[in-house]
Design a binder for this molecule. Sequence first.
Ligand SMILES: Cc1cc2nc3c(=O)[nH]c(=O)nc-3n(C[C@H](O)[C@H](O)[C@H](O)COP(=O)(O)O)c2cc1C
Length: 363
Amino acid sequence: MAFDSLFAPLKIKNLTLRNRFALAAMSRYSSPGQRPGRELIDYFRRRAEGEVGLILTGAAGVDRPAANNSLVLADFRPPTYDEWRECAAAVHAAGSHIGAQLWHHGALHPDKHYRPAPIESPSGLMQPGKKVGEPMTEAEGEAVIAAFGKGAAAAKQLGFDIVEIHAAHGYLLDQFLWAGTNQRTDRWGGPQLVDRLRFVLDVTRAVRAAVGPEMVVAIRISQWKEQDYDAKLAATPDELRAWVEPLVDAGIDVFDCSQRRFWTPEFSGSSLNFAGWVKKLTGKPTITCGSIGVSNDVMTFFDGEPAKPAAIDGLAERLEAGEFDLVAVGRALLVDPQWVQKVRDGSYARIEPFDKNKAERVY
Ligand SMILES: Cc1cc2nc3c(=O)[nH]c(=O)nc-3n(C[C@H](O)[C@H](O)[C@H](O)COP(=O)(O)O)c2cc1C
């Protein structure tokens, strides 16, 4: 069988995943009333039936009025719990596992906010120099931390296998990490990344406390942001160590390392990618991501450039070399729920091609 290593099970704590493929977290804009709903439940079930070992939900808003900026993105709040339970059960029935990605939108895309709630963000900045609201008060910060804990406790109770904290791509938690959007002078701000990390550590500890020691807790991190594709929180391995080591101490088991092209080296002088460096520095399992099976990266694709199916050269070899443990596949799985099986069987000609219009529909 081709790519044997990608089809080997992976054990993390008491969880055994059936292979190394994950459905990358992707908002589907198909949740009227912010409820996951039948369309989304079937979307996850089809990917599990297609032998994707780990299903990660798209970003789901924690229980704060400003956490979710869309009428058609799912919340992770009490009115949605029955449908989330159904999502988890559907994925388990097909033999796969599921992680809930907990999210707060922060001050990104303030124009798209629809709820009459104040935007919550560290310093009211959407991006460096662009003010769209007021800084969160300390009480609001504590309420956000508690909301992540509440969402995590609910995820465990509803049957999810993993809780993933969304701290990437320029949303609320990443806005705390980024100097350009965090100008606070209290305990959640400061000149160094380790200072600005404290809010994310508080969220992580709340999540860990809510789920207990056994459940797998992951965190999604990225250097790039929707506001700035070239941003870098860590310019050197030492700066990256200062970012990720405290997260391990706070309770993180898995790092979901988002980059736009998985083969890009993170720092000069080594071919290791972002996930590779995080694994080397923490010893924890990592998930890599970025343009797996597609011919262009996610942002050029959103700008309308069509993407073609592409070979996954080098992916299995890098996994075998210990660079990362799981591979999250985004757009390729968006339009082709059988992508994993087709790759395994070498049926590349049968892989569905994709374009932006297809990405906006739910298959
Ligand atoms: C339609 C769409 C929605 C996305 N929504 C999320 C999300 O909710 N949470 C997240 O962490 N990343 C999100 N992403 C980023 C993907 O998880 C992934 O990192 C990105 O698509 C790169 O992987 P790919 O090149 O395989 O598509 C989204 C991407 C797409 C295409």
